[in-house]
Ligand binder design. Sequence first.
Ligand SMILES: Cc1ncc(COP(=O)(O)O)c(C=O)c1O
Length: 393
Amino acid sequence: MSEKNTGFSTRCVHAGEINDQFGAPHTPLYNTTTFKFGSTEKMLDVIEGRHPGFLYTRYGSNPSITSVEAKLASIEQAECALAFSSGMAAISATLLSHGETGIVCLGEVYGGTWEFMSSQLASLARRVEFIKADEEQALAGFLAQGVGLVYFETPSNPLLQVIDIRRICELAHAHGALVAIDSTFATPVNQQPLTMGADIVIHSATKYLGGHSDLTGGMVAGNEAKLKPLRSWRKNLGQSMAPETSHMLARSLATLEVRVKRQNASALRIAQTLREHPAIERVYYPGLSDFAGHEIAKHQMQGFGGMLSIAVRGGADSAVRVVDALRLFSIAPSLGGVESLVSQPCLTSHRDLSAAMRAERGIGDNLVRLSIGLEDPDDIERDLLQALAALSL
Ligand SMILES: Cc1ncc(COP(=O)(O)O)c(C=O)c1O
């Protein structure tokens, strides 16, 4: 059976796996920095591409790394994928590789991405324009000026803003620009941006792909020509994923669909419960029928994800009281793991933005972000309800 014709979960389990001569059912861990050769000629055959082989781990040339890359490429329906040491390594390599004539950052993005764009890229004299997700005219204007890369997250961190992937790709491509999407919140289970026209898809593998809050990594998928410059940045900035991490990530990807589908179902249920709660001003979740991005999400996502945010009535103090009253959720600035996590974007992921900038983006001090884990949904719901009850004491 050709791998292309197999279902999503089959590819999660089998794609990219190297079966060695001892019959190991998974790719073994190649915990080595370099590979030795019987002769100079044999080494040159590998370096010069006449013979397949591996050379040096920092280059990403290691079977543990290339095996997980092949798995992710298959999952994202991409020609190829590259594994990075973190989500930020993947994002920075993408932004350094493309958009020499300028980048449009559409909508809100993870605070670290914003900081990299507005500090490091700016210090390299790279042009970055930040516009709101619905400012399509402004986008068209920048594209007409020759800006070469449109970058966005959908759903976004932390307001779960949904951007129409097909529409933006059409607009960008009409001007010869590329589109790179951070699809971390969606996961490949719920959304495959490359099939909707995106040129590059990025994940913080630290989140759902890893899924157990025990590895730090990043992945980029797309076609070989567009990823080629990323390979050089990765090699020379030393941004490759470590073999041990690649090995753990491959194991995690095998269960990706099972985990994410359960997280989708639990998050939808929690969002519906919290929407009715008097202590909550607003619930941000693409699966709610009255959420601004719901119609687009229905067309481009197969599930609505395990992330939601809530605006708590009573301002910042109330938000802190709710967060501190949670027992099952852990206070931690990450997401996508088997355990439920809670964080306040104004104190963590978006801390480096000024209060005014956060307010402009709608990231209030009363905003609480929830990453729904794999615990029993009854227990997750009970924990949230008891924490919210603390407000009325
Ligand atoms: C949407 C999104 N993209 C990228 C990143 C950066 O990932 P990493 O921490 O693996 O560098 C994060 C981190 O929280 C994120 O939430």
